[in-house]
Ligand binder design. Structure first.
Ligand SMILES: NC(=O)c1ccc[n+]([C@@H]2O[C@H](COP(=O)([O-])OP(=O)(O)OC[C@H]3O[C@@H](n4cnc5c(N)ncnc54)[C@H](O)[C@@H]3O)[C@@H](O)[C@H]2O)c1
Length: 470
């Protein structure tokens, strides 16, 4: 790919096939030192930081992509639809079977049937019209997220995309430019920010339990080999194809998102630089080689992504983050969720809390029994306390965090409030993935992380997720 001016990238990328888009969006050859001048030239102002849009009493939702995630997010909307806060007005997928499945699921709780858009990989564009929807909920493979979100905003809709919302520097910048130009919300749906444990830790941090925060370790460690190899689990094995073409951290945000909230990233601190190293690749290619399928065996010879990617990230306030990605190796699921401060430390999987002051100072042991429960009860996040029963009653995904995420998004739109996460959060967390690939390509060299907010990050403000009245 030739060096591209990202201002023209939307028209240059155009609307292509999914596979063609992976190839064209893969790697920018722009040296990282140049990005700051590109950002300056882009005229990013930070104006969409606390963006509030018009109140929408009943949010009309167009769901694009009805695979595993799209079907599951339909369920997250059930209570909101039944309460009159939202309506699913359009659905789109290239696979007609998935359209039928979604229609059945929606009919179980909504009397109006959504308009359907299928037939080609460009049919989704017809759903992105303000006569049809207020919000595009994007649950497609990664290579579609940025262009679908950009089209939604350009057509007057708010955009909410599954993770990551982008994986190139150019797309990350252009999402911000368009959000600023159109005054449309653009949120990346990072559900782990709403998990009970993460919200509890955030609340303890806010209350000063951790003292001065210094370091965090986070990850996405999830053995996906069987699912990536499965012929139908991911439509057209889209996820496997990314691993044949890219090397770095391809899925940063489940681990990094919550840590950025802990560290007030973009609300008093920011990510400044990173270095990334990928290990040797073995587990995925061996799994592919061990199948009986010739096409998969051949794919096994082309895996680019190392098994374990480790990225070290520095912040403007001198904190450090260790971020890992591994979906090849066999081991139990883990996001690490480690955060270290001058007065306390938390390790996740399983959750362990160490308090380093008062009677506990220098005690060298995790809190146990009633001592741990006391902290859990005292610092349960108010947003979780208020919504947990509703989430439990409706058996809402991933232990409740998916429901809380969807509730907050729709209610903020109903009330005309700014969203919990803005376009800068999503773009930055995604950009770390793009820059990890860049660093790996450069032999693990340091790569600077550009400021996407025009200096706005340096203003300390409480995180909007603490607004417990929404
Ligand atoms: N946040 C989470 O916990 C979580 C969990 C699972 C998946 N995800 C994310 O959700 C997204 C989808 O993953 P998935 O597991 O549902 O994959 P999937 O393959 O099951 O679903 C993707 C769907 O998009 C459809 N699609 C592809 N191109 C399209 C196009 N041009 N127009 C309309 N539809 C199109 C496919 O037919 C498929 O049904 C990914 O970004 C993934 O990372 C997030």
């Amino acid at each position: 790919m030739k060096r591209l001016d990202f201002l023209k990238i939307g028209s240059l990328f155009g609307i292509g096939s999914a596979f063609g888009t992976i190839a064209s969006a893969r790697h920018s050859e722009t040296p990282h030192a140049d990005w700051t001048s590109k950002i300056n030239a882009a005229g990013i102002t930070g104006s969409a930081f606390d963006l509030k849009a018009e109140k929408i009493d009943r949010v009309r939702v167009a769901i694009i992509g009805l695979g595993n995630r799209g079907q599951s997010l339909i369920e997250m909307l059930q209570w909101l639809v039944q309460e009159g806060h939202a309506e699913i007005t359009a659905i789109s997928d290239i696979n007609p079977t998935k359209i039928e499945k979604a229609k059945e699921r929606i009919a179980a709780f909504q009397s109006n049937q959504p308009v359907t858009f299928s037939g080609s990989d460009a049919s989704w564009q017809d759903a992105m019209r303000t006569e049809i929807a207020d919000l595009a909920l994007i649950c497609t493979p990664w290579e579609w997220h940025a262009q679908m979100a950009k089209t939604a905003m350009n057509n007057g809709l708010h955009a909410a995309s599954e993770v990551p919302i982008a994986y190139t520097v150019e797309d990350s910048l252009e999402l911000i430019q368009i959000a600023e130009a159109t005054n449309r919300h653009c949120i990346m749906l990072e559900n782990c920010c709403y998990n009970r444990e993460e919200l509890w830790i955030l609340n303890m941090i806010q209350a000063g339990v951790f003292g001065t925060l210094t370091h965090a370790e986070c990850a996405y460690l999830h053995d996906l080999r069987q699912l990536m190899i499965d012929p139908v689990y991911y439509e057209d094995r889209w996820r496997l194809k990314h691993h044949l073409q890219r090397n770095g951290n391809l899925y940063t945000t489940h681990g990094l998102g919550p840590v950025c909230m802990y560290f007030d990233i973009l609300r008093g601190d920011t990510l400044t630089h990173l270095t990334s190293m990928s290990s040797k690749e073995a587990a995925l290619s061996e799994a592919l080689a061990n199948t009986a399928d010739e096409e998969l065996k051949e794919m096994g010879k082309r895996v680019q992504c190392g098994d374990v990617n480790t990225t070290l990230i520095g912040t403007a306030k001198g904190r450090s983050i260790m971020l890992q990605f591994d979906v090849h190796s066999g081991r139990p699921y883990n996001r690490l969720d480690k955060v270290i401060g001058s007065k306390a430390t938390h390790y996740g999987y399983p959750s362990r809390l160490y308090i380093d002051e008062g009677p506990h100072w220098g005690g060298h042991a995790w809190l146990e029994g009633s001592e741990k429960s006391e902290y859990m009860d005292r610092y349960e996040h108010p947003v979780w306390s208020r919504l947990q029963q509703l989430a439990a009653d409706h058996k809402q995904g991933h232990g409740g965090m998916d429901f809380v995420m969807m509730y907050r998004l729709i209610r903020c739109l109903n009330l005309g409030e700014s969203l919990d996460l803005n376009v800068y959060d999503g773009a930055l967390w995604s950009l770390v993935g793009a820059l990890s690939e860049e660093s790996v390509k450069l032999g693990s060299s340091r790569v600077d992380i550009p400021d996407l907010t025009n200096g706005r990050w340096n203003t300390a403000v409480p995180h909007p997720v603490h607004r417990d009245w929404i």
